[in-house]
Design a protein around this ligand. Structure first.
Ligand code: ZN
Length: 110
């Protein structure tokens, strides 16, 4: 079955999964780190854990912003979605995208 979305045709769906779906796991890690504090971890250790978790989440988001691109014109599509659509609508718009909004490419390299 051929992929019907732009991200599927251009082979970039995994990039969105890594950058966006990684974030809930990071939030869970931060929550678990907060729970550690309740059972006797030092505040310094807990702070280090939170800083590492936030860094991983930031790297995930930034990698998605810069790595999800149109293979034809190079438009950063997650960046485009987040800067041109409402935050709540941007991921749905990107997932359902059928052609590049800038050059009209269908996602296959030309
Ligand atoms: Zn394009």
């Amino acid at each position: 079955m051929k992929p019907t979305s732009f991200l599927g045709r251009s082979g970039q769906r995994w990039k969105l999964r890594v950058s966006v779906y990684l974030l809930p796991y990071i939030a869970l890690a931060v929550t678990v780190g907060g729970q550690y504090n309740l059972i006797g971890a030092t505040p310094e250790r807990n702070t280090s854990f939170v800083v590492i978790a936030i860094s991983i989440a930031t790297i995930g988001l930034l990698s998605g912003l810069f790595a999800i691109r149109c293979p034809t014109c190079g438009t950063k599509l997650l960046w485009f979605a987040m800067s041109n659509k409402k935050v709540a609508d941007s991921l749905g718009w990107l997932i359902s995208l059928s052609n590049c909004p800038v050059c009209g490419s269908d996602g296959f390299r030309s």
